[in-house]
Design a protein around this ligand. Structure first.
Ligand code: BDR
Ligand code: CA
Length: 311
């Protein structure tokens, strides 16, 4: 059973990831969930995170609030994809559970120091601001995490917020640079993987057929989330990015990739936030991440559906 901390900016696809984690107690123990500014401002990501916990029947889950904005740059948000609240798609009651008083950055540091070295996995579903701030404040934690598994970046597939950059990395490229330079073992789930995971009608119908309240809410969220890609690109659904992080922990055999060096562009106006992945090992730079490229898409959706049924 893996102990994990989820750092997130919900986000409908973040919500699906959190649901997958809570529905998998045999494989995953959620030590805490941290909100970060990203898809929408922190006040909304914190609220949304608590809505998801309550939907999963986990109002007891420890929720922490982290960074209000990126480490260096002004905040960039993605209401064009996720809606005004970040979790548009269905009217739900405001959450009643509370947020812990500890700052998310301190929770991350304290947990990595308190638990045995090499036992806690950091799961990041949004910009890397909280993790970078924790690494700057307590560099020793780099050697204590088992792994950092992130949804972020893109290489053969290009970017989704600029031609070169994926949203999570683009929002706080300086933070991403700190994380990739930290020496922490990193697994990266880029757009190259997540763009293979479209919420097609057939797949969403299987979730809807579960007939439970969590399934019904998830389907409403996905219907909102996918409309951006369907309207803009005429695709068969939306790319389900963030649940890849949790699916990787449960069934790593669904994914394949390579150890590569990854550097983050922070200077060029045109390509800021780009993940420069040395897939062909041409640079001679040392690999610092396991970069995933392929996924068994049907296996992924089967897993998600089977687990959501348990909520
Ligand atoms: C990432 O950006 C966000 O909009 C999604 O939640 C996901 O984490 C995809 O680029
Ligand atoms: Ca996200």
């Amino acid at each position: 059973r893996r102990k994990i901390i989820i750092d997130t900016d919900p986000g409908q696809d973040d919500a699906a990831a959190i649901m997958l984690a809570f529905a998998s107690p045999d494989e995953i123990e959620v030590l805490g969930l941290c909100a970060v500014a990203g898809n929408v401002p922190l006040s909304y990501t914190s609220r949304n995170l608590r809505i998801v916990c309550e939907l999963c029947g986990r109002p007891d889950a420890p929720v922490y609030e982290g960074a209000l904005k990126p480490t260096v740059r002004p905040q960039v948000t993605a209401e064009h994809v996720h809606g005004r609240t970040g979790l548009d798609g269905i009217e739900l009651p405001e959450p009643t559970m509370s947020v812990k008083a500890t700052h998310a950055v301190d929770f991350i540091i304290e947990t990595l120091r308190a638990e045995s070295a090499g036992t806690v996995t950091l799961c990041t579903l949004g910009p890397l601001t909280n993790i970078a701030l924790a690494l700057e404040k307590a560099p020793d934690i780099a050697g204590r995490a088992k792994e950092l598994v992130m949804m972020g970046g893109g290489f053969f597939e290009g970017g989704n917020i600029t031609p070169a950059a994926e949203f999570n990395i683009y929002v706080d490229p300086e933070a991403a640079k700190t994380v990739f330079a930290s020496g922490m073992p990193i697994v990266m789930l880029p757009l190259d993987v997540t763009h293979q995971l479209l919420t097609t009608k057939a797949r969403v119908e299987k979730i809807a057929a579960l007939g439970t309240r969590p399934a019904e809410v998830l389907v409403a969220w996905l219907a909102f989330f996918e409309r951006f890609d369907i309207e803009k690109y005429g695709s068969d659904g939306g790319p389900l990015h963030d649940p890849t992080v949790i699916a990787y922990l449960i069934k790593p055999e669904l994914f394949s990739g390579r150890d590569c060096n990854v550097e983050i562009e922070t200077q060029s106006e045109l390509t800021v936030g780009m993940t420069v992945v040395d897939w062909w090992h041409v640079s001679g730079r040392k690999p610092n991440a396991k970069v995933m490229r392929h996924v068994d898409a049907d296996g992924f959706f089967e897993l998600l559906t089977e687990r959501v049924a348990r909520l």
